[in-house]
Design a protein around this ligand. Structure first.
Ligand code: PLP
Length: 293
């Protein structure tokens, strides 16, 4: 396994007409560069769960996700690195051929238990789960995940920014950013799901702060859904910035921030930090040629 390397993280200044016209400065924190497959934010979120599993002398870690899950692959890698047995409870019947995500996780030693979508949704789990395993929620959701994500801002000068913007699934990462950011900095969380009021509740619960703003209108049909407009934007964005994005999270984030800038959501003089949380491996689920990168 290629090692995860946090020193590969860079901060890239980006220039878009919407920013220039409205007097905004924007930089991207490139957590996607830590590893080709292992997603930036998922790696950060795992840290304190693994610490606790070690303290409790657990031998194995059990977690949950779908066939393209950034969390599954990050957990498999972290368990390999820290010497845990890893068990992935995977949503859906076992396929004839594993997705590249699951192939990669398997190569890092993860064992799978496939659960029908219905049972997965009802949280009816197979009996074989190791009762002594340490359980990590799907996506690293939880307070420890937020505390781990707070470490993301150790990789930039966080005082430099008026707004820190990120994609939000559960809101765990956004909560971590709120924990770490000063009280003058606004966290702008772009929901990648259709109507998910839990994001706001989670951010507040985990961060005990209200320095965040939610954007609910950039889900493009719902979780992991996409439109030609989104794909077109991602290709354009790559052409003008050389930054690749993924269609589940960061593509929607960059689209949203560009659109909000055009609509003068950010006051002139704002300095934005956009979190590139990774997730590029999931683009392999798109048909070839959809993206130019
Ligand atoms: C999981 C994930 C997110 C969302 O994280 P939450 O903490 O669930 O809000 C954002 N970006 C990427 C690339 C992810 O894999």
């Amino acid at each position: 396994m290629q090692p995860v390397n946090l020193s590969n993280i860079t901060i890239d200044k980006i220039e878009l007409p919407s920013f220039r016209k409205n007097g905004l400065e924007a930089e991207v924190l490139r957590l996607d560069k830590i590893h080709p497959q292992i997603s930036g934010n998922k790696w950060f979120k795992l840290r304190y769960y693994l610490d606790e599993a070690k303290q409790l002398n657990k031998k194995s870690i059990v977690t949950f996700g779908g066939a393209w899950s950034n969390h599954i692959i990050a957990t498999a890698a972290a368990c390999k690195l820290h010497g845990f047995i890893s068990i992935g409870i995977i949503r859906g019947e076992e396929p004839a051929e594993l997705s590249p995500t699951l192939q990669e996780a398997k190569a890092m030693g993860m064992q799978f238990i496939f659960v029908s979508r219905e049972n997965y949704r009802q949280k009816r789990m197979p009996v074989q789960i190791d009762p002594d395993g340490y359980i990590i929620n799907e996506g690293g959701y939880g307070i420890k995940g937020a505390e781990g994500a707070a470490g993301i801002l150790d990789h930039c000068q966080k005082e430099n920014y008026t707004h820190i913007c990120c994609a939000a699934g559960t809101g765990t990462m956004a909560a971590g950013l709120a924990i770490a950011a000063g009280k003058e900095t606004r966290i702008v969380a772009v929901s990648v799901m259709k109507s998910n009021p839990e994001i706001g509740r989670n951010i507040e619960l985990f961060s005990k702060k209200n320095t965040f703003e939610l954007q609910h209108d950039y889900h493009f049909g719902g979780y992991a859904k996409h439109t030609p407009g989104l794909i077109h934007f991602m290709n354009d964005f790559y052409q003008s910035t050389s930054i690749p994005s993924d269609f589940v999270y960061t593509g929607k984030l960059f689209y949203a921030i560009n659109d909000l800038a055009t609509k003068k959501y950010f006051p002139a003089g704002s300095r934005l930090l956009l979190i590139h949380s990774g997730g590029l491996q999931g683009n392999a689920s798109l048909s070839k040629g959809t993206l130019i990168f």
